[in-house]
Design a protein around this ligand. Sequence first.
Ligand code: SAM
Length: 261
Amino acid sequence: MLIHLLTIHPALCYGPLEEAILGRAREKGLLDIRVVNIRDFAPGRHQITDDYPYGGGVGLVMKPEPIFLAVEHAIRQGPYREVVPPEGLTGPPPGGRPRILLMDPAGRRFDQAYARELAQEEHLIFICGRYEGVDERVRLLVTDAVSIGDYVLTGGELPALVMIDAISRMVPGVLGDQQSAQDDSFATGLLEGPSYTRPPEFRGLRVPEVLLRGDHRAIARWRRKEALRRTRRLRPDLLLTAPLTEEDRQLLAEIEAEEGA
Ligand code: SAM
């Protein structure tokens, strides 16, 4: 997967992309992540990327020209080179188009299902806003305006990094053990249950016996039951949409009997 991250603060982005799982995935060539400095596309000696808002008001707004040029540059490096914005982006051209994502507190809320959807794409381009945001005309380029939650950050870099992290772990091969992504919270429609590691007893706190016995059927049943228990306690709303089997319903009935309705 090819990912372009467009920002005026590239140095903010390097660490999380170079370390640990993402760093290794990049080394293996599973992810091609390119940080692009929008300032490189700003004309003039001062390479200005922001200006005062028309009509007055507080703060600065990111200028459209450098962002358009940076997006065009990213598109030319990707598999959909023939797409020339903005005209070429007003409808889906044959052969697909890159997903161009504007980080925006007013955008569609990012979640696990959205991450899964974006993990199917060949080319993602992230635009990080700063100041009061981007000139409205930038939205002509954008396929998705995305928010990572109902709060306002100083810039789009952290939201883009959060999204890249969540999307990348769904790209085949990025996680050593793909099963671990399948069992994650939200992936199954439920929260993940508790995990334990050695020692079997720590300060008088014992690991549940069932996990120590090596009976795999009993362990699978216990894990499912504890995932259901945790979801029921912390996110009961998820139980309304999670695909539940007959056995799940029996487990929930047991939990209700144990804990009260
Ligand atoms: N004035 C803007 C508003 O009220 O919507 C907020 C601008 S914010 C200070 C600067 C930039 O940070 C935004 O353009 C966006 O790129 C990014 N940003 C801030 N909070 C975000 C969030 N919750 N999700 C996604 N991006 C966010």
